[in-house]
Design a binder for this molecule. Structure first.
Ligand SMILES: CC(C)(COP(=O)(O)OP(=O)(O)OC[C@H]1O[C@@H](n2cnc3c(N)ncnc32)[C@H](O)[C@@H]1O)[C@@H](O)C(=O)NCCC(=O)NCCS
Ligand SMILES: Nc1ncnc2c1ncn2[C@@H]1O[C@H](COP(=O)(O)OP(=O)(O)OP(=O)(O)O)[C@@H](O)[C@H]1O
Length: 198
C-alpha cells in the first residue's frame, strides 16, 4: 500500500485537493477533520484543564482557543502535546483498516506534515501550492481572518518554498479546479504504474 502524505500551507487548497483523491476512490484521512471531531468530545476536558475557559460545555470553542493562542503563541507546544498523540492514534487506526481492506493507496492529509515529522511516515509527498498573492486573497476572504492572524499562522508553518523543494509532486491550485483535478489524476496514474512495476 502506498501512503501518500498531502500537505500545503494555509489556504493553498489542501482540503479541495484531498477531495479530488477521494473522488478517485482513494481513502483519505484528514488530520484537520480528526481534530474537529476530537474537539467535540475526547480532547475537550484535557484542553479545558490546560486552558480554562476554552472548552466550556464539553466542547472546544475554536474561536476562544484561537484567540487565546494569538495572545499566547508560547502555549502552542502545550496544545500540540495534547492533540497530536490523539491525532496520531486515529491515523494508525485508519491505516490498519485500509490495509485490512486491501487498499492500493491512501492519502494522509496532514497540514503539519513537515513540522511534526510525519513526512518520515509516508512513502510519497504531495504538496499543494499556488502563488502567495492568491493564497493571501483566499485566506483573507474567510470570515474572522485578519492579516495579523494570517502572519502568525504563516510564521508557525514551514515556508511554501521549502515544502515544494521536499515534495515528490506539487499540485498547483492557481489555475482552477479542472487543472488541479488533471494533476491529481496524473499523480495517481503515475503511482499506479510504479506499483505495477514493483
Ligand atoms: C489554533 C486553532 C484553535 C485554530 O482553529 P481555527 O478553526 O481558527 O483554524 P484552523 O484549524 O482551520 O487553522 C487555520 C490554519 O492554521 C494552521 N494551524 C493550525 N494549527 C497549527 C499549528 N499547531 N501550527 C501551525 N499551524 C497551525 C492550519 O493548518 C490552518 O492552515 C486550531 O487550528 C488548533 O486547535 N490547532 C492545534 C491542533 C493542530 O496542531 N492542528 C493542526 C492539524 S493536526
Ligand atoms: N484548484 C483550485 N482552483 C481554484 N480555487 C481553488 C482550488 N483549490 C482550492 N481553491 C479555493 O481555495 C480556497 C482554499 O481551499 P481549501 O479550503 O481547500 O484550502 P486548505 O489548504 O485546506 O486551507 P487550510 O489549510 O486553511 O485548511 C477555497 O476557497 C477553495 O475553493
Amino acid at each position: 500500500m502506498i501512503v501518500i502524505g498531502l500537505t500545503g500551507s494555509i489556504g493553498m487548497g489542501k482540503s479541495t485537493t484531498a477531495e479530488m483523491f477521494e473522488a478517485l476512490g482513494i481513502p483519505v484521512n484528514s488530520a484537520d477533520q480528526v481534530v474537529h471531531s476530537l474537539y467535540e468530545g475526547e480532547a475537550a476536558p484535557l484542553i479545558e484543564a490546560a486552558f480554562p475557559g476554552t472548552a466550556p460545555d464539553g466542547k472546544v470553542d475554536r474561536v476562544r482557543l484561537s484567540a487565546h493562542l494569538l495572545g499566547h503563541p508560547g502555549d502552542f507546544p502545550r496544545l500540540e502535546a495534547i492533540v497530536h498523540p490523539l491525532v496520531r492514534a486515529r491515523e494508525t487506526a485508519f491505516l490498519e483498516e485500509a490495509r485490512a481492506r486491501g487498499a492500493a493507496m491512501v492519502v494522509l492529509d496532514i497540514p503539519l506534515l513537515f513540522e511534526t515529522g510525519a513526512a518520515d511516515r509516508v512513502d510519497v509527498i504531495v504538496v499543494v501550492s499556488c502563488a502567495p498573492e492568491i493564497q493571501r486573497d483566499r485566506v483573507l476572504a474567510r470570515p474572522g481572518m485578519t492579516a495579523e492572524k494570517l502572519d502568525a499562522i504563516l510564521a508557525r508553518q514551514t515556508p511554501d518554498s521549502e515544502k515544494r523543494a521536499r515534495a515528490d509532486y506539487v499540485v498547483d491550485t492557481g489555475h482552477g479546479l479542472e487543472a488541479a483535478r488533471e494533476q491529481v489524476g496524473a499523480i495517481v496514474a503515475d503511482l499506479a504504474a510504479r506499483q505495477e512495476r514493483n
